[in-house]
Design a protein around this ligand. Structure first.
Ligand code: FDA
Length: 303
């Protein structure tokens, strides 16, 4: 219920205006690693120094013009170049709506291809984030085309709250690929997504297990300690080698847990967003955890 209300309010222009005005002071900074690429690279260096890799995200989604989509593409080319030149240990995560998907599929496909080509040239990797369900089919299609052209340099996200995901995973796993599995962060109708958290959690576990059994490199994107415990048990029982998976968490959430997994010798990566366009990202982080709203409200009262 909390989640629906917050995600719903996120689309309200009055709330958006207020949060955009004060949001950085009111808590968004906790989830965002600066506004410029040099700031983000500095942050990556510190995180790498603690034994954790990074996936870098330039905030923004659903651009309104072709020119904005080109700017977004150029920002990702600059990120890949910046990562290459600075020598930090990071790949990139992007959203296809930022590449123009809502305007024109060909535009997004061309932008994606240019970015994945640059990733291949610089020995790097592009993760395509998964957005809300109207985009699932087209995202998987454009991912698959990019994968056929640049295998080894592109992967996609699969969401455990969608009923369809186990079928997608099996269909796309031949030959084995690279997936990030998450629970799913958008407001979805019961016609497409499990409404109950227990069902999402159970499907999450099944998907991670199946992905590893199918031979995929699997990025386990969750902060759920109970689930992580069950997954560690499975990894141990099945003797899964540590170079076949990694744990991923969001910047600002449970970093000490990720660090402790890194100290135990597991591959770990933190999702680091940077840039000015943080509003929609921040609203999803609040919706995930009621306490984040209290944190936000307290900051508002303390002003
Ligand atoms: P759950 O929501 O059950 O949380 C478990 C515990 O983690 C909570 O009890 C709380 O302690 C802590 N926690 C979780 N979220 C928190 C927050 N925002 N602030 C503070 N504490 C929090 N989604 C999507 O739809 N498409 C995508 O491409 C991605 N990409 C992505 C990358 C990575 C690296 C991660 C970790 C997550 C995503 N997500 C995503 C988001 C994902 O779908 C999901 O919304 C969040 O990870 C929260 O779900 P958990 O698995 O953490 O479990």
């Amino acid at each position: 219920m909390f989640r629906e209300v917050v995600l719903g309010l996120g689309g309200n222009p009055v709330v958006e205006g207020m949060v955009k005005r004060y949001g950085m002071q009111l808590g968004a900074a906790r989830f965002v690693a600066g506004s410029t690429l040099p700031e983000a690279i500095e942050r990556i260096r510190e995180i790498n120094g603690r034994g954790v890799m990074v996936t870098l995200d330039h905030l923004g989604e659903s651009v309104r013009s072709e020119a904005e989509a080109m700017d977004a593409k150029n920002s990702y080319l600059a990120m890949l170049d910046g990562i290459h030149q600075s020598g930090v240990n990071a790949n990139v995560s992007l959203k296809l709506t930022m590449m123009g998907l809502a305007l024109n599929e060909d535009l997004a496909q061309r932008n994606l291809d240019e970015i994945v080509t640059r990733a291949e040239e610089t020995g790097n990797f592009v993760r395509i984030d998964m957005e809300d369900s109207p985009y699932t089919d087209v995202t998987l299609r454009l991912y698959d085309e990019a994968y056929q052209a640049h295998p080894g340099h592109v992967g996609v996200v699969l969401q455990a709250y969608l009923y369809r995901t186990m079928d997608d995973l099996r269909r796309l796993s031949n030959p084995p690929r690279n997936f990030r599995i998450v629970k799913g962060a958008y407001m979805e109708p019961v016609s497409v997504a499990f409404p109950s958290k227990a069902d999402v959690d159970e499907n999450y576990l099944q998907l991670v297990q199946e992905s590893l059994k199918l031979g995929n490199y699997t990025a386990i994107g969750t902060h759920d300690e109970q689930l992580i415990g069950r997954i560690l048990k499975f990894l141990h029982e099945e003797n899964i080698e540590r170079d076949r998976f990694e744990f991923q968490m969001l910047y600002g959430v449970k970093f000490s847990l990720l660090e402790s997994l890194a100290r135990e010798g597991y591959r770990t990566r933190v999702y680091v967003p940077y840039g000015e366009d943080w509003y929609a990202y921040y609203v999803r982080r609040i919706a995930e955890r009621p306490a984040n709203l209290l944190f936000f409200a307290r900051a508002l009262v303390d002003r």
